[in-house]
Write a protein that binds this ligand. Structure first.
Ligand SMILES: [Fe+2]
Length: 288
């Protein structure tokens, strides 16, 4: 029988990111998907309001956090996974192609040899088809690259956490123009997600409320196939690639891409303090 996890949604209004607590209905076990560390770039200040909402939820319901999973290396917000791990436990997991992301951005940020590009900053690297358990539930990791090389979709019972492969049907799809992104790969990855059972609940990573509608985070495979403005049934790979490429050429970089990549490629660890005890982020001039 397919498990029907309890999904609690948290929304960060600054980056329009959804975080999820995915609970096994048969136990106290849960996983936290795509947490957010609040970061004000202008002042260099980090804070924990978003993460503390999740901590409060976990303690209120007496949950046992088994996993802190990332659908990908986010470019628009910092991950709160290390903070949450310290507060509530859990193993930090991401797709095994994180090594490709570390290779690319290790160069961009001129990281020294002490920065291991082997994903060892994470507790678990998921290969395509890897399974893991959350209490009594079996979860399946599917590699869905295109937006980034390390993008994963996590299928947990009748729910799938699609990261930035798909947006809500009226939002279409995520961009594929970051280093290592690939529109053709994205199309093929989306087809894998849409091959899941029609009634599968799909949970988004972002929503921007297109055309003034309220923010939404949940849809189904059937709904995406019928209505997704970029990849509904009948849109060919060529049509998609053309549309995606033309559209991506018009998009500005996300505001927090530079701090986000620097931190998230290291499993959310902030840079080590320098000799004066202060931590610094780097900005590569014309380097992105
Ligand atoms: Fe993303």
């Amino acid at each position: 029988m397919t498990a029907h996890p309890d999904v609690t949604t948290f929304f960060d209004t600054v980056s329009n990111t959804f975080s999820y607590v995915v609970k096994d209905p048969a136990s106290d076990a849960c996983a936290i998907v795509d947490s957010v560390l609040d970061f004000d770039y202008a002042s260099g200040k980090v804070s924990y309001k978003s993460a503390d909402e999740i901590v409060a939820h976990v303690s209120k319901h007496g949950l046992n956090v088994e996993w802190l999973i990332e659908t990908h290396v986010h470019a628009d917000h910092l991950s709160a996974a290390p903070y949450l791990q310290e507060k509530v436990g859990g193993k930090i997991g991401i797709g095994e192609q994180i090594t490709a992301v570390q290779e690319t951005f290790g160069k961009v940020f001129n990281e020294g040899t002490e920065f291991q590009r082997d994903g060892s900053q994470f507790d678990r690297l998921f290969a395509d088809g890897a399974t893991f358990s959350i209490g009594a539930m079996q979860a399946l990791a599917i590699s869905t690259p295109g937006h980034t090389p390390a993008c994963m979709t996590y299928v947990i019972g009748d729910a799938a956490f699609v990261g930035d492969t798909l947006f809500m049907p009226d939002g279409g799809t995520a961009r594929a123009d970051f280093p290592g992104g690939d529109a053709r790969q994205l199309y093929r990855s989306i087809k894998r997600v849409l091959a899941l059972p029609a009634e599968t609940r799909l949970f988004m990573c972002h929503d921007y409320g297109p055309n003034g509608r309220d923010i939404l985070n949940e849809t189904t495979v059937a709904d995406q196939i019928a209505h997704n403005i970029h990849v509904h049934e009948g849109v060919s790979e060529e049509e998609f690639v053309q549309m995606r490429t033309a559209r991506d050429a018009t998009l500005a970089m996300p505001k927090l891409i530079i701090p986000s990549l620097q931190v998230n490629m290291k499993a959310g660890a902030l840079p080590d303090p320098e000799a004066n005890g202060q931590r610094y982020l780097r900005v590569p001039i014309n380097g992105l």
